[in-house]
Design a protein around this ligand. Structure first.
Ligand code: ACO
Length: 332
C-alpha cells in the first residue's frame, strides 16, 4: 500500500485510567437500572471516572510515558504528538500541555477530534507524516473524559461511558507495518450521536448579538448507532484487508472500539472471526471513546497476548458519524 518506501512500525504502548471506579450496582443508585440489564445489553460491569483533580493531560501524560519507555526512546526524540480527543481540558488544545509535561520540547503537538474513531483516524494521520519522511517518531494518544459530558440522569447513555487514556509510539522503519486502512464519514447522520454546542443569544449592542452558550450533554440514538456499527464496521475492515492483500483468516486479533460486547461479537460473527481472537476489556472500563483501542491494545500487549509480528485488524466508529479500520502488525 505504501508507495513511498518509508515504513511505519508501532513500537510502544501505554495506558492510564482514573483510580476511582463505579460498578453497575452502585450506578443503579444514580439511575433506575440494574447490573443484569447493563451487563446483558452491553457487557459492561464497571467504569473508571476522573474526579475534579484529574485532568485529561495528566492521564494522557502517564499513558504516553509508558509508551515512550516501551519504545525505548526519549521524549526529546519525539517529532510529533497527536492527541485524539473529544473532551480536551482546553478547547484551544491539550496536546501542548502534554508536550510540556513530557518534556518533548522538539515535538509539534496538536489535538484532533473524530470521537470514538479518533485513535484510528489519528493512526492514519500520524503514519502519513512518517511515510513522507517528515517525522521519525510520533506519539499518538487517544484520551477522553466523557464523564464530564454525560447526562447522569439519562440511563440510556450514562451506563456506557468511562474515562481513560491510551498511547502508542509510531516509528519510521524500513518495513511498513501499517498494512491497510479505510476511513469513512457520514455527516448526514450527525444527529444520532452528539455532544453539541447550544448557543444562547446575548446582545452586546443594538444590532450585535453573539452566542454565549455551552456544550450540552451527550445525546444518542442507541439503536441507530448499534445498527450503524454492525453494518459499517465489517465493510471497512474488509476494505482495509483488501488493501493489505490479506484474508480474514490471517488476522491474529480483532481490536474494535470498545463500545458494547454485542457489537464486538456481531462484527466478529459477520467477518467469521472466531471469538477467541476478539480483544475486549470493556467489562472493566466501559466505552472510553478515543482511548478505548489503545487502552485495550496496551493491556493485551502487557499481558503477553499480543506479540511482535501479530496482525491486528482494528476499527473505530462513533460520532460524526465516523468510522474506519486499519490493519497493522504490532511491534518490530
Ligand atoms: N436500564 C434499564 N432499562 C433501560 C436502560 C437501563 N440503563 N436503558 C434503557 N432502558 C430501557 C428503555 O427505557 C426501554 O424500555 P421501554 O421498552 O419500556 O421503553 C428498553 O430498556 C429498551 O431500550 P432500548 O434503548 O431499545 O435498548 P437497546 O436494546 O437498544 O439497548 C443500548 C440500548 C445498550 C444503548 C444499545 O442500543 C447500544 O448498545 N447501542 C449502541 C450504543 C453505543 O455503542 N454507543 C457508543 C458508540 S459511539 C461512541 O462510542 C461515542
Amino acid at each position: 500500500m505504501n508507495q513511498l518506501g518509508l515504513g511505519v512500525a508501532i513500537t510502544g504502548s501505554g495506558s492510564a485510567t482514573p483510580a476511582a471506579s463505579l460498578d453497575n450496582h452502585r450506578l443503579s443508585q444514580i439511575v433506575e437500572t440494574s447490573d443484569e440489564w447493563i451487563s446483558a445489553r452491553t457487557g459492561i460491569r464497571s467504569r473508571h471516572l476522573a474526579d475534579a483533580e484529574q485532568s485529561l493531560s495528566d492521564l494522557a501524560t502517564v499513558a504516553s510515558q509508558q509508551a515512550i519507555a516501551m519504545a525505548g526512546i526519549s521524549p526529546a526524540e519525539i517529532d510529533l504528538i497527536i492527541l485524539a480527543t473529544s473532551s480536551a481540558d482546553d478547547l484551544f488544545g491539550t496536546a501542548g500541555k502534554i508536550q510540556a509535561q513530557l518534556g518533548a520540547l522538539q515535538a509539534v503537538a496538536f489535538d484532533m477530534t473524530a470521537a470514538c474513531s479518533g485513535f484510528i483516524f489519528g493512526l492514519v494521520t500520524a503514519s502519513q507524516f512518517i511515510r513522507t519522511g517528515v517525522y521519525k517518531n510520533v506519539l499518538l494518544i487517544g484520551a477522553d473524559i466523557l464523564s464530564r459530558w454525560v447526562d447522569w440522569s439519562d440511563r440510556r447513555t450514562c451506563i456506557l461511558f468511562g474515562d481513560g487514556a491510551g498511547a502508542v509510539i509510531l516509528q519510521a522503519d524500513e518495513r511498513d507495518r501499517l498494512l491497510g486502512f479505510e476511513l469513512r464519514s457520514d455527516g448526514t447522520q450527525n444527529s444520532s450521536l452528539q455532544l453539541a454546542y447550544e448557543p444562547q443569544p446575548q446582545a452586546l449592542l443594538e444590532g450585535t448579538t453573539i452566542a454565549k452558550g455551552t456544550y450540552q450533554p451527550i445525546t444518542m440514538n442507541g439503536q441507530d448507532i448499534y445498527r450503524f456499527a454492525v453494518r459499517k464496521v465489517p465493510e471497512v475492515i474488509e476494505k482495509a484487508l483488501h488493501r493489505a492483500n490479506l484474508g480474514v483468516e490471517q488476522i491474529d486479533w480483532l481490536l474494535l472500539h470498545q463500545a458494547n460486547q454485542r457489537i464486538l461479537d456481531a462484527v466478529a460473527e459477520r467477518l467469521k472471526i472466531p471469538p477467541q481472537k476478539i480483544i475486549s476489556n470493556l467489562e472493566k472500563y466501559g466505552n472510553t471513546s478515543a482511548a478505548s483501542i489503545p487502552l485495550a491494545l496496551d493491556e493485551a500487549v502487557r499481558e503477553g497476548k499480543v506479540k511482535a509480528g501479530d496482525i491486528i485488524a482494528s476499527a473505530g466508529f462513533g460520532a460524526g458519524l465516523s468510522w474506519g479500520a486499519t490493519i497493522f502488525e504490532w511491534g518490530r
